[in-house]
Design a protein around this ligand. Structure first.
Ligand SMILES: NC(=O)c1ccc[n+]([C@@H]2O[C@H](COP(=O)([O-])OP(=O)(O)OC[C@H]3O[C@@H](n4cnc5c(N)ncnc54)[C@H](O)[C@@H]3O)[C@@H](O)[C@H]2O)c1
Length: 439
């Protein structure tokens, strides 16, 4: 298959600044990890950009370069970090508090992490009800706060010497909100910022500030954020890539591995019950029903889309799907997830599958943050703007063009991602047809 590859990719020279709202468990595990890898203290396991390869041409050609050698990505040595949080703790102190990484390792990267002091956050306790902290911007309208964030971005660009920037939300999960009138176009949204419209969430103020500043934005939480016509319009106007939402790490990752396989074999499913215990600050925030509702929405949407009950009513129309998250402090970041799956086969005979995943939330999320930062920067340098559907691979609820259902199957997502890289470099797309081997 021939391609019309976009081969004009600007080089990745100079420093890449990573701006992160939310200096918590995920972001500090990511930053500490990058610093550790740079010093040879660990390997970037779980990162497609660092370890993955991409096959080019026919299977007989033996061409499978590393992704990072195939497309020009920023080097880890060139990443510089900054961010905002409602607490004053430096990234080092926050990493100690999160207790994801062992103190022996944290001590070795103490210096760079201690230098990351969170800027004052834009925060609204109506959107995250379980937290309150002192390090917040208090004065002015929501528009004033957006301008203060733009000033923060400008100053960070200057002080860090970064040539390019990317923003990735690693802050808490906000209360569930549906888009309303103020989100329908950019003009109304800007008017809403000036009038302090209560339907504009803090995460949307950060996203607005980023996009206005020409900075790509990724959304790691299930927050509405850029999933609105107004901010999609802004991203396209400013020629900036965006993607989201909600990192696909633990239980939902498992779901998107298992469900497509069962469906591929035309096995039926009557129920899928998922429950989790976790004890980190994220778990504490998710105890609030409003924040849990945001998470529940992104977690529940996955199975419907994968199983397509409208096409296969005999197999999936009566599926009962439930997701629970329980805050259980003793576990900290080491989440435990249980899945009970009730399936049925030939002649309707029932069977069960049980999955017990003893995972580590932030250890799974950190490499996703790295990949998203590097790929969004690549997208920006390749002239790609607006929603980046090829990055669906990383999200529970991938953003798509209006009216288009998202692809949740992780292997379709990976194929889409790699084909996008091939397309960028003008290589043939791989269809897996393979008839040419038998001519
Ligand atoms: N770890 C995972 O596997 C995973 C998977 C999917 C999504 N997520 C999401 O990633 C986000 C981060 O998770 P975490 O475990 O690091 O949580 P965390 O609670 O450790 O960190 C979040 C930080 O965001 C800060 N914060 C809240 N509102 C803010 C605001 N308006 N501005 C600036 N800072 C703000 C909090 O003070 C906190 O320090 C959460 O929304 C979580 O749901 C995590």
């Amino acid at each position: 298959m021939s391609t019309t590859g976009n081969t004009r990719i600007a080089p990745a020279g100079g420093k890449l600044g990573v701006l992160i709202p939310g200096i918590g468990a995920v972001s500090t595990t990511f930053m500490a990890g990058v610093e550790a890898v740079k010093r040879g203290l660990g390997q970037p396991i779980g990162s497609l950009t660092q370890l993955g390869t991409v096959r080019l041409g026919k299977r007989t050609e033996g061409r499978s370069p590393k992704i990072k050698d195939f497309v020009p990505l920023a080097n880890l040595e060139d990443l510089v970090f900054g961010g905002w949080d409602i607490f004053n703790d430096t990234a080092y102190e926050s990493a100690v508090h999160a207790a994801v990484l062992e103190s022996a390792l944290l001590e070795k990267v103490r210096e760079p992490l201690s230098a990351i002091k969170p800027m004052r956050a834009v925060f609204d306790p109506e959107y995250v009800r379980r937290l309150n902290g002192p390090n917040v911007k208090t004065d002015g309208s929501k528009m004033d706060k957006a301008e203060m964030l733009m000033e923060d971005i400008r100053q960070f660009r200057e002080s860090s010497g970064a040539e390019r920037l990317v923003m990735i939300w690693c802050g808490s999960t906000e209360v569930f909100h549906k888009p309303v009138a103020v989100h329908q176009n950019l003009k109304d949204f800007e008017c809403g910022l000036q009038k302090n419209d209560p339907d504009i969430a803090p995460s949307q103020i950060y996203a607005y500030a980023a996009l206005k500043s020409g900075v790509p934005y990724a959304n790691g939480a299930p927050n509405l954020t850029t999933d609105t016509p107004a901010l999609i319009e802004l991203a396209r106007d400013r020629q900036v890539p965006i993607c989201g939402k909600d990192f696909k790490t633990g239980q939902t990752f498992m779901k998107t591995l298992v469900a497509p396989g069962l469906k591929a074999r035309m096995l039926g499913m009557s129920g899928w019950f998922s429950t989790n215990i976790l004890g980190n600050r994220d778990g504490e925030v998710l105890e609030d029903p409003g924040s849990f509702k945001s998470k529940e929405e992104t977690k529940l949407s996955v199975l419907q889309q994968i199983l397509q009950p409208e096409l296969y009513p005999m197999l999936y129309k009566d599926l009962y799907h439930a997701v629970r998250i329980n805050y259980y402090p003793p576990r900290g970041d080491a989440k435990e997830g249980w899945d009970n799956i009730d399936i049925f086969g030939w002649l309707g005979y029932p069977m069960q599958i049980k999955i017990n995943f003893l995972c580590r939330d932030s250890i799974l999320a950190a490499p996703l943050v790295l990949d998203l930062v590097l790929f969004l920067d690549l997208a920006q340098r390749s002239g790609m703007k607006g929603i980046q559907e090829w990055l669906s691979f990383y999200f529970k609820a991938p953003m798509t063009a209006p009216g288009l259902y998202p692809e949740h199957d992780v292997f379709i997502q990976l194929m889409k991602l790699k084909n996008t890289l091939r397309w960028m470099r003008g290589e043939d797309l791989i269809t897996h047809l393979g008839l040419e081997y038998y001519d």
